[in-house]
Design a protein. Structure first.
Lengths: 362, 513
């Protein structure tokens, strides 16, 4: 499909939702893609099934702190530089690019790369949401190596990295990204078309657009966007969603540490919702507890949305006094296997609580 | 005793208040020089109430003058929009997401220069002073009189913006400069947008503030005067002169708070119809619902803390075209008393339609007798459809909601609205803005760098909150009404001792004398 401006708006909203607070506000990315459309470039999104099994796919992305990204905008050449450098190293041209992360700005970076280089963008990703670290990919969970990887900044500095494993790649590249100012652009997890079909969370780009469209249309029709969203989800791979809290933000604490936005938000219940919800954040919303009791836990999605407008609110935009509704969503089975939980389950974030699927919580 | 004044695009209103009692209210047309309109309305309201100028303890002025200038793309200066951040930020040049006509009005003088900082205070690149000098030359050559300077991470360290300003002032004496760190918060594009808009208002702000000053002087009112800002609190005139952009949403905030007081309702939709635009916003617990995300002003994205308001180009001075099928968005504004048909002019406005329909008796009715009945019917339909659609768009559920009509243009609405459970027209509704200004709150702010070393964040925050509340009280707020409305922290990772910039704002009602 050829992406239109309207699709792009829907995608940005859906990607902010799937970002569960992290991944960076897609606004900056949306403007970059819009510039491509304005210049007459084509943004061509293809289904994973359209890929030849021996095609070469090189995913592209931004890595770093979203709080940095909203302030230090990119030069626009960084991600393209990373893909080109990886092609040179591999000795082969890419047939397509792809998101590693559908949540937040990383849903848009491959669109800019694809438009500028004339490459199709695969409708799939490796996180099915947003995660703070690069090894947290279904690609890696099911055997694809993240390395070789290239990290590039706005000066055109670039580093080619071969980690012993994906976690080591994350560890090393993170220090590079901090040196680059807390935010850098990467190409990694190069893989075959067959590997995409086997390891990626499919159709998440179109899912984000469907979520965005659903919220937009509900508002236009004066239906509750929350009801509309909860009706849409069962028709997707993310087949269960529920509202877990409504209230007012009374405290937001966050800091930039080791290249991450670390923090917590406290929400006092309003109306029928009693008590105080506390959400722990490491770029994304990790766990939501009400007075100590777990209400939702990673990798299931925890999305903080404006109670009135149903706009997803990203971590850097959380403010004292906002009225919010917290929605939790079940992620697809490919993200909940024991192998997957070993890589991005609660323990990977230092949480003691075991993963409990949102649909089984009472 | 105090007076609230609202200087709108079309009318200047005044309300004289004793506590929360409206002693008298008046309305006169806004004049091109602003001050003679203020003088006229002040004279009227003092005469009407029999209150002496010496009894006035404070004058609060709200104005939509600056917002209107941006919305109408009028009276704006061309701006040199200077960005310090290369090689970063090149992907999205200044004014990227702006409406094309506004960017053109401001001349599209955009400059991107090496400079800016990283989040930790390191330089992205040293400030390219030679390039600033070259830009200064361009500014002179192009005859530009105002500039905005926005540097990456200037809320963390403003030194490059300050240095660039120093060079520009040296090279182009008298140039007005808007520095982004003094106006906005972290969030580059939004802060840059606000700085550019502030810059384009440099002439107008000096002119408007001095006309306020002159008007009060002429009537020998010696009470302090304040101007209301976005969040409904008051600021001093000097401050407004430098930061006119901070008044952008004060109009809707004042009218909504005024409407809540007048109607005695806390949950409702407020439709404020002025001469040029209608502002629609929702009241929740007596306060405007705030926008959680970026707010567009005149089509430009900003990140001010503002009420969520939809502005539609419909007012008492809006032009009527296509036999009533098309109304606005342009308006004759304050020239209504010379340009509208009923006042002897030659422009068909919405006010003429209302008079022709026999709904109001304003000006010379005989001058609109020739308007065909079909045009009148179509125009009335168009007006009500525009208001109804705006209310409908701002509703967050299909639940019926009372609609409070305020503003001088509220005479345009004569029917029930399909989107409303009831339409309320409170007494003094036409001066809700002025009343809102008069009951505006005072704020106290703390904005500085705290060290978290040897203490905890909670202790530091509590201290900052108490200090902000104390400042609000000192500024005249009733301590019982003071509450914290804004807390912002920017960790400064590059400084030792866990330094954090903390900004806390407290507001409260002005103590009633």
């Amino acid at each position: 499909m050829k992406l239109t401006s309207e699709d792009l708006h829907d995608l940005a909203i859906g990607a902010a939702f799937l970002g569960t607070g992290g991944g960076g506000n897609p606004y900056v990315g949306r403007l970059m893609v819009q510039r491509c459309l304005d210049e007459g470039l084509s943004v061509d999104v293809i289904d994973p099934s359209e890929l030849a099994n021996d095609a070469l796919v090189i995913p592209t992305a931004m890595m770093g702190a979203p709080t940095v990204l909203v302030e230090k905008l990119p030069s626009g050449e960084e991600a393209i530089g990373s893909l080109r450098a990886l092609e040179r190293y591999l000795g082969r041209k890419a047939d397509a690019t792809m998101p590693i992360e559908i949540g937040g700005i990383n849903s848009t970076i491959p669109l800019v790369v694809g438009a500028r280089l004339g490459l199709p963008i695969v409708d799939a990703d490796g996180m099915g949401r947003a995660f703070p670290e690069l090894q947290m990919e279904t690609f890696g969970v099911y055997g694809v190596s993240g390395s070789p990887m290239v990290v590039t900044d706005e000066y055109g500095d670039s580093t080619l990295l071969n980690g012993a494993d994906n976690k080591q790649m994350e560890w090393l590249s993170r220090m590079v990204a901090i040196r680059m100012g807390g935010c850098a652009y990467i190409a990694e997890y190069s893989m075959s078309g067959a590997d995409v079909k086997r390891t990626a969370v499919p159709n998440t780009m179109t899912l984000a657009m469907r979520i965005g469209r659903c919220l937009r249309e509900a508002k236009a029709n004066h239906e509750s966007p929350f009801d509309a969203l909860l009706r849409l989800l069962p028709q997707t791979l993310y087949n269960h969603g529920r509202i877990i809290f409504t209230g007012k933000i009374v405290d937001v604490a966050r800091e930039t540490r080791n290249g991450f936005s670390i923090g917590r938000a406290r929400i006092d219940g309003l109306g029928p919702w009693r008590g105080t919800m506390e959400i722990e954040i490491q770029n994304e919303n990790l766990i939501a507890r009400v007075d100590g009791k777990v209400r939702a836990i990673v990798p299931d999605l925890i999305c903080i949305m404006d109670s009135e407008s149903a706009e997803p609110i990203t971590t850097e935009n959380l403010r004292y006094g906002q009225r919010v509704t917290v929605v939790a969503v079940a992620v697809p089975e490919i993200m909940r296997t024991p192998e997957a939980l070993d890589v991005f389950g609660p323990r990977c974030f230092g949480l003691d609580e075991p993963f409990t699927p949102i649909e089984t919580m009472t | 005793m105090r007076i609230g004044i609202d200087v709108g695009g079309t009318n200047t209103d005044a309300a004289l208040m004793d506590g929360i009692t409206v002693k008298g209210a008046c309305k006169t047309p806004t004049t091109a020089d602003v001050s003679s309109g203020i003088i006229a309305v002040l004279k009227d309201v003092l005469r009407m109430t029999g209150v002496a100028a010496s009894e006035i303890q404070a004058v609060m002025i709200g104005t939509t003058h600056f917002t209107n200038a941006v919305v109408e793309r009028k009276r704006l200066l061309e701006v040199a929009a200077i960005r310090l951040g290369l090689p970063a930020t090149r992907a999205l040049p200044p004014m990227t997401d702006w409406p094309s006509d506004l960017a053109t009005t401001l001349g599209r003088h955009t400059f991107m220069v090496h400079g800016g900082h990283e989040f930790d205070g390191r330089e992205i690149a040293p400030l390219d002073e030679k390039e600033i000098l070259r830009i200064a030359g361009e500014i002179k050559a192009r005859g530009i009189r105002t500039a905005s300077v926005t540097s990456v991470f200037s809320p963390v360290t403003p030194v490059m913006e300050q240095r660039a300003a120093e060079i520009l002032l040296n090279e182009v004496p008298g140039i007005a400069i808007s520095l982004s760190h003094e106006i906005g918060r972290v969030g580059f594009l939004e802060r840059e947008n606000a700085a550019i808009m502030n810059a384009c208002l440099a002439d107008l702000s000096a002119k408007v503030v001095s006309s306020f000053r002159n008007a009060l002087k002429e009537l020998a009112i010696e009470a302090p005067f304040y101007i209301s800002q976005n969040d409904g609190t008051l600021m001093t005139p000097d401050y407004v002169e430098r930061y006119p952009v901070l008044t952008f949403a004060s109009g809707p905030t004042n009218s909504m708070r005024g409407a809540a007081m007048l109607a005695g309702r806390k949950e409702a939709m407020v439709v404020d119809i002025g001469g040029t635009t209608s502002d629609v916003g929702m009241l929740m617990q007596g306060f405007p619902r705030e926008s959680a995300v970026a707010v567009d002003i005149g089509g430009v994205r900003t990140n001010f803390r503002m009420p969520d308001v939809l502005a539609v180009g419909l007012g008492g001075g809006s032009l009527v075209r296509d036999d009533g099928a098309r109304i606005g968005p342009d308006s004759v504004g304050y020239e209504i008393t010379s340009k509208a048909l009923v006042f002897g002019g030659d422009t068909l406005t919405t006010t003429d339609i209302i008079v022709a329909a026999g709904l109001e008796d304003i000006g010379d009715r005989s001058r609109v007798a020739h308007i065909p009945a079909k045009t009148i019917a179509t125009a009335l339909d168009t007006i009500h459809r525009m208001v109804d659609e705006a209310v409908d768009r701002m509703k967050t559920s299909a639940e019926p909601l009372p609609v409070i009509l305020v503003g001088g243009g509220s005479i345009l609405v004569s029917r029930q609205l399909p989107s409303a459970s009831e339409v309320i027209r409170p007494e003094n509704a036409s001066v809700a803005n002025a009343i809102g200004a008069a009951i505006a709150q005072v704020g106290g702010e703390v904005d500085r760098i705290f060290s978290l070393e040897g203490t905890s964040r909670d202790v530091v925050l509590d201290g900052a909150k108490a200090e902000a509340a104390e400042r609000a009280t000192k500024a005249g707020a009733d301590p019982d009404t003071v509450k914290i409305v804004d807390i912002e922290e920017v960790p400064l990772a590059y400084l030792p001792g866990s330094a954090t910039r903390i900004r806390v704002k407290a507001v409260g009602d002005l103590v009633m004398a």
